[in-house]
Ligand binder design. Structure first.
Ligand code: GLN
Length: 489
């Protein structure tokens, strides 16, 4: 059973297509593991036992009839709860959407299904994807499969924990300021934040629309690449989706890094915030790239220190605007018309948790007449400088290598103030502000045993180079499997 759970996306699809195993056997193996282990982890908010089994049976009939269900044939996948799924409750981790059953699939989910995937259920996350630890979920905590006294990271904590614990072969997350890469690093899995516009945001519940991006989380670089190939590509329902075909990433997995220029941005390695073991592990990954033929170069991204203040103005401003639609009337709640006035006032107060309210207030303040120039406009100017830093650095080098987070996974309850929590994002935010792709992957373990992640950052639309370099790092450091009953062979 655990053999199937850790086999990975590419291998499971191969076996199902070759009729070595049925989609139903694979799905049942994952459902049984979820039933056994997720009580201790808390990665799922909804498990669709019946829907998953019915879909698996249907795929097995297709295979038996000689049809090829596609590149994700029979692969069980979990979906972050901020991504809508037809017929499957979707709450964005928030009480304000309690009980909402969307009438349609997000484009990314529709593409997964069309490629033969089996959707297992919806994954825990911080409310409206605002957070870095999954502790802001309105529903329940999610723990780190490596140490259940630690957070899995966030906001896509459930998506990372489920992959790490073998409770999904792959998952979808979203990354607005690090929410795919940071939980991937904390849980020892791979997370790929695509170029802004690479994957349609249709059906991704909006947090900050100019930053949000859906992407895959999986056990290996090859698995994440396979899922991205399926979900990427232009979608006329998202006007910001880029008019490019989905990338073909498989050839990049074996391309090697001979002659590749890898930049080490000095601002990411400076300062007391960076844990010594994290710094050493990322430098070891750089050495592995050099040993495989890459050249290393120190580069500078001088405006890095302004990414955090700029992000925490831009993201709340967009959130304040996006979240104005949740009046407690249209989604989730049903009430006679005469009660709607009261409900409006009440449910906005009761429906949003404290972090969401804080963001709405900060965002509304930043957009106010009289403050707009000082905050929002200034933040957008800083954003342009950050993007220019990346453009210039990525002329000198082909890809950048940096830490994902200053430390390995922190303890549940450890970050006492909002500012402490925001500081956990220092290294992930600039990637979203610049709109470029980022790939997080494991590069070792701390003395505590917790996994350490590194991120590769590349040019817009150049996920292929991230996969190239990521595959070489993975060959040197391997994939990870946590201790505990869910990780045991
Ligand atoms: N941690 C960041 C925030 O709280 C990023 C979240 C995300 O990427 N969705 O806004």
């Amino acid at each position: 059973m655990s053999e199937l759970a850790f086999a990975g996306v590419v291998e499971l699809a191969r076996r199902v297509r070759a009729r070595e195993v049925s989609a139903r056997e694979v799905t049942d193996a994952f459902l049984a593991r979820i039933d056994e282990h997720d009580g201790a982890i808390g990665s799922y908010l909804v498990v669709d036992h019946d829907g998953a089994r019915a879909r698996a049976d249907q795929l097995d009939l297709e295979v038996a009839a000689g049809k090829d269900p596609g590149p994700l044939a029979g692969v069980p996948i979990g979906v972050k709860d901020v991504i809508v799924t037809e017929g499957l409750t979707t709450t964005a981790g928030s009480r304000i959407l309690d009980g909402w059953v969307p009438p349609y699939d997000a484009t990314a989910v529709a593409r997964l299904r069309a490629a033969g995937a089996v959707i297992l259920g919806k994954l825990n996350c911080d409310e409206f994807a605002m957070g870095s630890s999954n502790e802001r979920s309105a529903w329940k905590p999610c723990t780190n499969p490596w140490d259940t006294s630690r957070v899995p990271g966030g906001s896509s904590g459930g998506s990372a924990a489920a992959v790490a614990a073998g409770l999904a072969a792959a998952t979808l997350g979203t990354d607005t300021g690090g929410s795919i890469r940071q939980p991937a690093a904390f849980c020892g899995v791979v997370g790929l934040k695509p170029t802004y516009g690479r994957v349609s945001r249709w059906g991704a519940i909006a947090f900050a629309s100019s930053l949000d991006q859906i992407g895959p989380m999986a056990r290996s670089v090859g698995d994440a690449a396979r899922v991205l190939e399926v979900i990427a590509g232009v979608d006329r329902r998202d006007s910001t989706s880029i008019d490019q075909p989905a990338p073909q990433l498989e050839p990049s997995l074996a391309a090697g890094v001979s002659g590749l220029r890898v930049g080490l941005p000095k601002e990411f390695f400076e300062g007391a915030a960076l844990d010594g073991e994290v710094a050493a592990a990322v430098r070891a990954a750089a050495d592995a790239l050099a040993a495989a033929g890459a050249t290393l170069k120190d580069v500078s991204l001088p405006h890095t220190k302004y990414a955090l203040p700029a992000y925490y103005v831009v993201a709340p401003a967009e959130a304040a605007s996006n979240l104005a639609r949740y009046d407690g009337v249209r989604y989730g709640h049903r009430a006679p018309a005469r009660e709607l006035g009261d409900m409006y006032a009440q449910s906005r107060a009761q429906g949003f948790g404290p972090e969401v309210k804080r963001r709405i207030m900060i965002g509304t303040y930043a957009l106010r007449a009289g403050y707009y120039d000082a905050y929002y406009k200034k933040a957008q100017q800083v954003r342009a400088l950050i993007k220019r830093d990346f453009d210039q650095a990525l002329e000198e080098v082909d890809v950048l290598l940096a830490p994902v987070a200053p430390t390995p996974a922190f303890g549940l309850g450890e970050k006492a103030t909002p500012i402490d929590m925001y500081l956990a994002d220092v290294f992930t935010l600039s990637c979203n502000l610049a709109g470029i792709p980022g790939l997080a992957l494991p590069v070792g373990n701390a003395s505590s045993g917790l996994p350490i992640g590194a991120q590769l950052l590349g040019r817009a639309l150049d996920e292929a180079t991230l996969v190239r370099a990521g595959a070489v790092i993975e060959a040197a450091f391997g994939t990870r499997r946590p201790p505990g009953p869910w990780g045991a062979p």
